[in-house]
Write a protein that binds this ligand. Structure first.
Ligand SMILES: [Zn+2]
Length: 193
């Protein structure tokens, strides 16, 4: 007898990407937030991690954290580490400021009053404004319409408006290295003697 056995070919074709039936029965239907793999009922782990982008519309006690699920303890720890690394206090304070700006009778409110309404200290408020001003596309007004201070354009960006496009010019690499202790943008509009 020569040639490949038909049984062998069939066995190879049956090998697909689906997990074995045993794994499917144990799956929770959820996916690991780190690797995207299935979360099995007896191995999956969940945790509340810090997330400065989360501001709950109705419940301030739910601000700043979210629930993540991972396929196991190793990936859960990686998610926790990343969440801690990505935390920006100013982002959370700014989110709270935005929420306060849309509350009733706040449309004409100055920033310091909005900060009080958002339960921010003056340092928190400055940190929030600093975070916004340092962003790629800072807001010039809060959702409620209140104007925000904007930072002066940096000197190294003004190139005379020649509009040169070299193509090979590398955009600034994401190494902004913000430190939450350096929040020094002033709260505008309160210093008129
Ligand atoms: Zn995973």
């Amino acid at each position: 007898m020569t040639g490949v056995s038909p049984d062998c070919v069939e066995a190879q074709m049956q090998h697909d990407d689906r997990p074995p039936a045993d794994l499917r029965s144990r799956s929770t239907g959820r996916r690991c937030a780190h690797c995207g793999g299935p979360v099995l009922a007896d191995r999956g782990e969940s945790a509340l991690v810090p997330d400065s982008s989360v501001v709950d519309v109705d419940d301030p006690t739910r601000d700043g954290r979210r629930l993540v699920t991972a396929c196991g303890s190793g990936h859960l720890q990686l998610l926790i580490d990343k969440a801690r690394h990505d935390w920006r206090a100013g982002q959370l304070w700014f989110g709270r400021l935005c929420r306060a700006s849309t509350q009733p009778r706040m449309s004409e409110a100055p920033l310091w009053l909005l900060g009080e309404r958002a339960h921010l200290s003056i340092e928190d408020l400055q940190c929030a404004l600093e975070w916004n001003a340092d962003g790629d596309s800072p807001r010039t007004a809060l959702p409620g319409g209140q104007p925000l201070p904007v930072r002066e354009p940096r000197a190294d960006r003004g190139s005379g408006g020649t509009g040169h496009q070299d193509g090979a010019e590398s955009a600034s690499v994401g190494s902004t290295a913000t430190t939450s202790s350096r929040c020094r943008l002033g709260v505008a509009g309160t210093g008129d003697p």
